[in-house]
Design a protein around this ligand. Structure first.
Ligand code: 5AD
Ligand code: SF4
Length: 449
């Protein structure tokens, strides 16, 4: 029997977890004959894998749906699916507001996509599935095969039980769930076997990881990282995103003595004000964050930090914002993300009094960004003259150039042969800008030669 060839276009919004999920959706659809395509107009199925973390993210989805509606009108049999967190949070609303949408599928249900598509072909009408069977999902998915390349993502944990008062994640992604370590190790071995050299472990609250170990005991993230570091071909490990309260001693120790664990950590603090941290339900104060950073830096002195900040959370005074600026100056970040508080329907923050006016949020964001940018430029500049191992994973912008990542996650550009892609090489850094480093190849590391 010949398989029908169909085309699917998946557009991904938001975080790296969505990037990973989009790949897994492609894996699920492959046996049905769907080949990925970059051009939605040629496709039989278009999936928007959406993000609900801030207002603009959801609005972008509705305007994209407007464009797709016109495409669909001109193409017989085209299906449109909305997946991800907007699907989870606004499933019914999407069905009502966007009649062009055939399928609405939440992040915990996309292994059921083939069934949903079959039902539509059978004429059963539009399909909505926003259940939370996290336990089924990974078992039901075929082995991943979509990801290629030197640096890849691997989801180890999903969901969040923290309920920060600004955040939709506990509602859209559900309760914390950790995959068993054996399944993760098997996936990492397959990845390494097909050329992955750097693996970023993903989870909404990844360092809350507590999965069943092959020895029958509960493993935390530190233990899991040690086991992953023993896999042949896995040279670099990263993880994201973490909550400060879930940094335990085993994880700190791993930063000290697992060389494959890269010296760069994204550890969101959100605010430097204890009053705002309490209102955010972060469950720690700013000194606790400082102490965690001290412990991590004691274990790994060259650790570079990244963070997330929210300005203009309800009730944030000038003094609260000043406390954030003070924390930023004290800790010093290699890189960071900053956001204006965005009222998310259904979260406690949305109903809080003393919402902050937009112009004040804008002013605070500009002040914070200026300091964060200054720190990022200073951090990058501090590496000029040093020789660092870079993992090359792609051709550079110009012929004869290759590009990769430093241990601290900056992009590194150098003149070099394409045969170096997939290898580690020492680079002497000659120039630094806000976003990248460039340098000269010093030597190719022994383990990769
Ligand atoms: N408004 C602004 N920023 C938010 N984030 C999460 N929810 C909101 C919101 N309602 C930010 C946090 C989080 C990052 C992923 O997005 O800083 O760490
Ligand atoms: Fe959202 Fe992170 Fe807080 Fe969980 S820990 S509620 S994902 S901000």
């Amino acid at each position: 029997m010949r398989r029908v060839t169909r085309k699917v276009h998946i557009k991904t919004y938001g975080c790296q977890m969505n990037v990973y999920d989009s790949q897994r959706m492609a894996d699920v659809l492959k046996p049905l004959g769907y080949a990925p395509s970059a051009a939605p107009e040629d496709c039989d199925l278009v999936i928007l894998n959406t993000c609900h973390i801030r207002e603009k993210a959801a609005e972008k989805v509705y305007s994209e749906l407007g464009r797709l509606k016109k495409l669909k009108a001109g193409k017989d049999g085209m299906m449109i699916a909305v997946a991800g967190c907007v699907a989870q949070a606004e499933g019914e609303e999407i069905v009502r507001r966007a009649p062009e949408v055939d399928i609405v599928v939440g992040p915990q249900a996309y292994h059921r996509l083939p069934q949903m598509i079959a039902e539509i072909h059978r004429g059963a009408g539009r399909a909505l599935d926003t259940d939370f069977p996290a336990l089924d999902k990974f078992d039901a998915l075929p082995d991943e095969s979509g990801q290629q390349g030197v640096a890849r993502f691997l989801t180890v944990q999903e969901g969040c039980d923290k309920f920060c008062t600004f955040c939709v994640v506990p509602y859209t992604r559900g309760a914390e769930y950790s995959r068993p370590a054996a399944a993760i190790l098997a996936e990492a071995r397959r990845m390494a076997g097909s050329g992955a050299r750097e693996i970023t472990l993903l989870g909404q609250n990844v360092n809350a990881y507590r999965g069943e170990g092959p020895d029958g005991r509960d493993w935390g993230l530190g233990r899991l990282i040690r086991a992953l570091a023993e896999i042949d071909g896995v040279w670099r490990i990263r993880y994201t995103t973490s909550h400060p309260n879930d940094v335990d001693d085993a994880l700190v120790a791993a930063h000290g003595d697992v060389p494959a664990l890269m010296p760069f950590l994204h550890l969101p603090v959100q605010s430097g004000s204890d009053r705002i941290l309490a209102a955010m339900n972060r469950k720690h104060d700013s000194d606790a964050y400082r102490r965690i950073v001290d412990r991590l830096r004691a274990a790994r002195p060259d650790l570079a930090l990244s963070s997330d900040f929210i300005v203009g959370f309800p009730g944030e005074s000038d003094a609260d914002f000043a406390a954030t600026m003070a924390l930023v100056r004290e800790v010093s970040f290699a890189q960071a993300f900053s956001f204006k508080y965005s009222r998310r329907p259904g979260t406690p923050g949305a109903a809080m009094p003393k919402q902050i006016a937009e112009p004040l949020k804008d002013a605070r964001l500009a002040e914070l960004n200026a300091e964060l940018m200054r720190q990022q430029i200073a951090f990058n500049a501090s590496l000029v003259g040093r020789t660092l191992p870079a993992l090359f994973d792609r051709p550079g912008r110009h012929p004869g150039q290759i590009a990769g990542r430093s241990p601290f996650l900056q992009a590194v550009h150098a003149e070099g042969a394409a045969s170096l892609i997939g290898r580690l090489a020492e680079v002497t850094i000659l120039r630094a800008s806000q976003n990248s480093l460039s340098g000269r190849l010093a030597r190719i590391a022994a383990e990769a030669a």
